[in-house]
Structures are given as structure tokens and as C-alpha cells.
Design a protein around this ligand. Structure first.
Ligand code: DX5
Ligand code: ZN
Length: 227
């Protein structure tokens, strides 16, 4: 079991884009710990979503009721990585993660993200092994295990990735650094516990939260399942 506090990171990909600021405010008030921001380029993945200007526009809404900042967690599904990563850092990203297949020079991309003042993460697709962690884990603040193939919200959770989450948890424990282990894709109150039992401590959920009328009750239900 992870020793860190579980975090819920609603994905705004499933929010109403016509009212995005209001949606972010609502989900933060409902108890979101991070705001997950999915960036798709119609090149690395077959879909197009939102860019740095939209991140900058929602940044002022990423504060809780006491005025404390709620981290903006940017998940880049883009190729190439580096130039846009820097734009997202300038737009107010707190964490930036990317897929190692999408960068020609993974270590350079990680260094650029850290140099821009952000926490850095690597993202592993369902068919991507964790080998690249051998030479990157010392730079990482986040490891994201995809539980769907990236590109679309609302897909079904792939349970085979739980074994990979377990392996990632072992690698984090072995290196001894403070690294969040995140899962993304098809997470809902019915499967969140299985992910936690595999060592995950940070849970992205899009349609399971924004698809419901009462965001607070879904987030509360998720926390109850994690307790
Ligand atoms: C998929 C994205 C996910 C996705 C989550 O490429 O990275 O963040 O939008 O949405 P749900 O929870 O609906 O699978
Ligand atoms: Zn995502």
C-alpha cells in the first residue's frame, strides 16, 4: 500500500469547454486535489484538444476555498515535446508529463521541464515497458500509468496495466525518492480501489466525475473506496 495521501485529479477533457473556468472552480470546490489537463495534437494521438492559452485561462481558477493553489497537472500527448512543454510552464503548469516515445531525447526534455520550474513526469502507454525508468527515475516527480490507450476520454479501463503499476511502485520504493504514481483512463469508483491496491496514489478521472451531476459526491465516493 502507498504511504502517501491519495490524490484525485479530475481531467478537464470531460468538462463543458463552453464553461471551462466555472467547471474548474466547481470541481475544485468539490474536492479535487489536482486539475489534470490533457493535451492532444492529432499527431502523437488521433485527437486534438487544448493548448497553453487555455491552460493560462484556467490557471486563476486553480485555487481552493482558502486561496491555496491547486496544482495544474499537464499531460502532454504531443510530439515533439520540448517547445510546447516550455510554453505550458510559462502558462502556469505545476507538473508536466510526457510520453517517452514522443521525445527524441527524454533526458533533455526532463531537464527542460525541471529548469522551467515544474515537476516532471513520464507516461507509459498500456504496451510500453518501464525500462526507460532505469535511467530517468532520479529526475522524476511523477510516473503515470495509462489504463487506456491515449487520445480519448470515456474508454474502458484495461486491468492488465495493474501489474505494471505494481512494478512501478516497486521501482519507486527501491529508489527511495518522493515520486507520485498516477493512473489515467477509465477510473471510476468501482475500480479505484484495485488501482490503489496496486500501489497507485494519484487518480485521474474524467468522465466518471464531469459526466455526473454532483462532482462532490463522486469524489467523496472515490475517497471512501480508498479509505
Ligand atoms: C486519455 C486522457 C485521459 C482521459 C481520462 O488520453 O489522458 O486523461 O481523458 O478520461 P476518462 O476518465 O473518461 O477515461
Ligand atoms: Zn491524461
Amino acid at each position: 500500500m502507498p504511504s502517501t495521501t491519495p490524490l484525485i485529479a479530475p481531467s478537464v477533457l470531460a468538462a463543458d469547454f463552453a464553461r471551462l473556468g466555472e467547471e474548474v472552480r466547481s470541481v475544485v470546490r468539490a474536492g479535487a486535489d489536482w486539475i489534470h489537463f490533457d493535451v492532444m495534437d492529432n499527431h502523437y494521438v488521433p485527437n486534438l484538444s487544448i493548448g497553453p492559452d487555455v491552460a493560462a485561462a484556467i490557471k486563476p481558477f486553480c485555487v481552493d476555498g482558502e486561496g491555496a493553489p491547486v496544482p495544474l497537472d499537464v499531460h502532454l500527448m504531443i510530439k515533439p515535446v520540448d517547445a510546447l512543454a516550455e510554453q505550458f510552464a510559462s502558462a502556469g503548469a505545476d507538473l508536466i508529463s510526457f510520453h517517452p516515445e514522443a521525445s527524441e531525447h527524454v533526458d533533455r526534455s526532463l531537464q527542460a521541464i525541471k529548469a522551467a520550474g515544474c515537476r516532471a513526469g513520464l507516461v507509459f502507454n498500456p504496451a510500453t515497458p518501464l525500462d526507460v525508468l532505469d535511467w530517468t527515475i532520479e529526475r522524476l516527480d511523477l510516473i503515470l500509468i495509462m489504463s487506456v490507450n491515449p487520445g480519448f476520454g470515456g474508454q474502458a479501463f484495461l486491468p492488465a496495466v495493474l501489474d505494471k503499476a505494481r512494478e512501478a511502485r516497486e521501482r519507486i520504493a527501491a529508489c527511495g525518492r518522493d515520486i507520485r504514481l498516477q493512473i489515467d483512463g477509465g477510473i471510476n469508483p468501482d475500480n479505484i480501489r484495485a488501482a490503489a491496491d496496486a500501489g497507485v496514489d494519484t487518480f485521474v478521472a474524467g468522465s466518471a466525475i464531469f459526466g455526473q451531476d454532483d462532482y462532490a459526491s463522486v469524489i467523496r465516493c472515490m475517497r471512501e473506496r480508498l479509505a
